[in-house]
Design a protein around this ligand. Structure first.
Ligand SMILES: C[S@@+](CC[C@H](N)C(=O)[O-])C[C@H]1O[C@@H](n2cnc3c(N)ncnc32)[C@H](O)[C@@H]1O
Length: 198
């Protein structure tokens, strides 16, 4: 059982997560045009905090995650009006044979060890003209999480991350601070990385 399987039942109980996902969804909506024809993948969808916000505005959101527990919580939240289709797999080991108009992601990138492999994989899964919108922590000192199990990056440096994204074939790369998470000992910036596939 993964750490996320264990935490799934209480995931949505923290306001900082629910409110944080809304802030990310608003930033994505401001930056990119979402239309009712679009098919979007939420990478590391978890319980769907970001995915359901975006699902209201597009044709279909698919949610990929390696945690069965998180996906089972997500499925409890599916309704006739708004459904996320779950994919339980590691797309780095087992790539999806499907192309999307956009990839969104919230607070998952720091769990991915091989960033080059990740951005190349998702580039293949994006339609021409599609975009990525990925939110995560800016560079931090390793004190954001109380337990760093499964954390492969203590946030991200803007230039280093943008260079990897450019090398993976993306264009129009942007990186902006969209939120600050306040913890008793420190503030942590959240960025939104945007890029397109031409
Ligand atoms: C910090 S949680 C964020 C969940 C959700 N996006 C949110 O903002 O509430 C990270 C999620 O990424 C998932 N995850 C970690 N590594 C993954 C991988 N290689 N592929 C897909 N999902 C992964 C975890 O299972 C977990 O649900």
């Amino acid at each position: 059982m993964s750490t996320f399987d264990k935490r799934a039942h209480e995931w949505d109980k923290k306001d900082v997560r629910v409110d944080g996902a809304k802030i990310i969804a608003d930033a994505i909506t401001r930056k990119f045009t979402l239309t009712p024809e679009m098919e979007v993948i939420d990478f590391g969808v978890g319980t769907g905090l970001l995915g359901f916000e975006i699902a209201k505005k597009v044709k279909q959101v698919y949610g990929v995650d390696t945690s069965e527990g998180m996906l089972s919580k997500l499925q409890e939240k599916n309704t006739q009006e708004c459904t996320i289709i779950p994919y339980h797999q590691d797309i780095l080991k087992e790539p999806l044979n499907q192309k999307f108009d956009a990839l969104i992601s919230s607070m998952t990138l720091h769990h991915i060890q091989d960033l080059e492999a990740f951005f190349k994989t998702i580039h293949n899964n994006l339609k021409d003209g599609g975009f990525i919108a990925i939110a995560d922590l800016e560079k931090e000192d390793g004190t954001f999480h109380s337990d760093n199990t499964g954390v492969h990056h203590f946030g991200f440096d803007k230039q280093e991350l943008c260079d990897i994204v450019a090398r993976s074939g993306f264009n129009n790369i942007t990186f902006e601070t969209i939120n600050v998470i306040q913890k008793p000992h420190k503030d942590f910036n959240i960025f939104l990385l945007g890029a397109t596939k031409e």
